[in-house]
Design a protein around this ligand. Structure first.
Ligand SMILES: NC(=O)CC[C@H](N)C(=O)O
Length: 317
């Protein structure tokens, strides 16, 4: 296989990325913006943007890369990392499993079907809610603040904030997540007060970012836990390995298998239309496209990543 040099790829991206975005944007009409959290329904339906950042901090942006959106499920990768750093591997995997479900991200089907009743993995809602309960902190304000500070550090952006409108909207329309949390509490998996744990979860899902923030956070994962721009180690390598493996097996919900075949990059999506992905040792990438396919992934975003992976030979496999 003749892998193109990083510099050739960069020049090609500068030249062709805007055109590739426009080609994929055509898919937006086929998708639907999430509306089960009412505030998310206000997102621009035809938006598509991407930012790619390299290890020197140079970046290329195309399309609507500057629009803000909430992280939603993308945040689950980073709360998992914080929980691992707070508790260690054994304590975390005592409470969540390591296997994909093949079900929707908000399904609770397998919680009762398979014993001992722990969520299958930390990237489905049930698993991420348990992870929220494992974040260290005396009170929920402290837990939420630690999450925000951790995300700010990884994104190298002190201005990251919770989008209050989205947070309120999710908290007011979360009957399914609430029922899951009570079920987990009854099973003895979730410790602490359900409302407080959910508050931490809703808040981290509602953190506002742009593609630039996602690209910088992804860059830290691409360089195994070290920010290549500052040289600072933020996360132990082993935990990044765990997170990236979950991104491959579960990051695109129950479309993760197909995404692994068609794109082959570790990625995590969110219902606000964001996708965080990376090329190991090379690039951190943030994508946004609020119109979703039936499995809840950005329809145009996935199409764009297929194009990138195929044309630039970025599949890991
Ligand atoms: N898939 C997602 O992005 C889901 C996250 C969303 N906050 C929820 O709990 O439903």
């Amino acid at each position: 296989m003749n892998t193109p040099q990083a510099s050739e790829v960069w020049i090609r991206l500068q030249k062709e990325l805007p055109q590739w975005v426009e080609e994929s944007r055509a898919q937006c009409g086929e998708g639907k913006v999430a509306s089960y959290i009412p505030e998310l329904a206000k997102a621009p339906h035809r938006a598509l943007g991407i930012q790619i950042m390299n290890g020197s901090g140079a970046s290329i942006a195309a399309g609507d890369a500057a629009i803000p959106f909430t992280m939603q499920s993308i945040s689950k990768v980073f709360t998992l990392l914080l929980a691992l750093m707070d508790n260690g591997e054994a304590a975390v995997f005592d409470k969540v499993g390591m296997e994909p479900t093949g079900d929707n991200f908000n399904s609770m089907l397998k919680l009762e079907l398979v014993q001992p009743g722990i969520p299958f993995n930390p990237l489905i809602n049930a698993g991420a809610i348990v992870i929220s309960s494992l974040i260290a902190g005396a009170r929920m304000e402290e837990k939420s603040d630690r999450v925000l500070q951790f995300f700010r550090k990884l994104a190298a952006n002190d201005f990251l904030e919770v989008n209050e409108a989205v947070y309120q909207s999710e908290a007011a329309s979360a009957d399914l997540n609430r029922s899951m949390a009570y079920f987990l509490k009854d099973n003895g998996v979730l410790k602490g007060k359900v409302d407080e744990v959910l508050d931490v979860y809703f808040r981290h899902c509602s953190i506002n970012v742009t593609c630039a923030d996602l690209a910088r956070m992804a860059l830290v994962l691409a360089f195994d836990g070290t920010d290549p721009i500052t040289g600072e180690r933020h996360i132990p390598r082993r935990y990044v390995q765990i997170a990236k493996t979950f991104m491959v097996t579960c990051g695109m919900y129950n479309a993760s298998g197909e995404f692994a075949i068609e794109v082959g990059m570790p990625a995590k999506s969110g219902v606000a239309g964001g996708i965080l992905t990376l090329v190991p040792g090379r690039y951190g990438i943030g994508v946004v496209g609020p119109a979703l396919n039936p499995k809840g992934n950005s329809i145009a975003g996935v199409d764009l990543l297929e194009t990138l992976s195929q044309r630039l030979d970025w599949s890991l496999f």
